[in-house]
Design a protein. Structure first.
Length: 81
């Protein structure tokens, strides 16, 4: 399992991702990534960080909540191939 964090910035006007691979889990890397991205978002003038995470990623959800994220929505998608 990898930890993905998506950040939309006003600087790049696009989605960015950061990842902590499974073998590096439980070392505080995900938390450090989130804290660094939060700092960068503040510097860029962003007012909110939004992220998407699959239901099965319970450990990642605990990390997000631990660093101050709130559950506030569901994400729905539909593949239209």
């Amino acid at each position: 399992m990898a930890l993905w964090l998506w950040l939309y910035t006003s600087i790049t006007r696009g989605w960015k991702s950061c990842q902590s691979n499974e073998e590096h889990r439980d070392r505080g890397i995900g938390k450090a990534l989130i804290e660094r991205l939060t700092d960068r978002a503040k510097q860029a003038g962003c007012r909110r960080i939004e992220l998407d995470s699959g239901f099965h990623r319970e450990q990642a959800h605990r990390t997000y909540e631990h660093v101050g994220f709130d559950k506030r929505a569901f994400l729905f998608s539909k593949e239209i191939v």
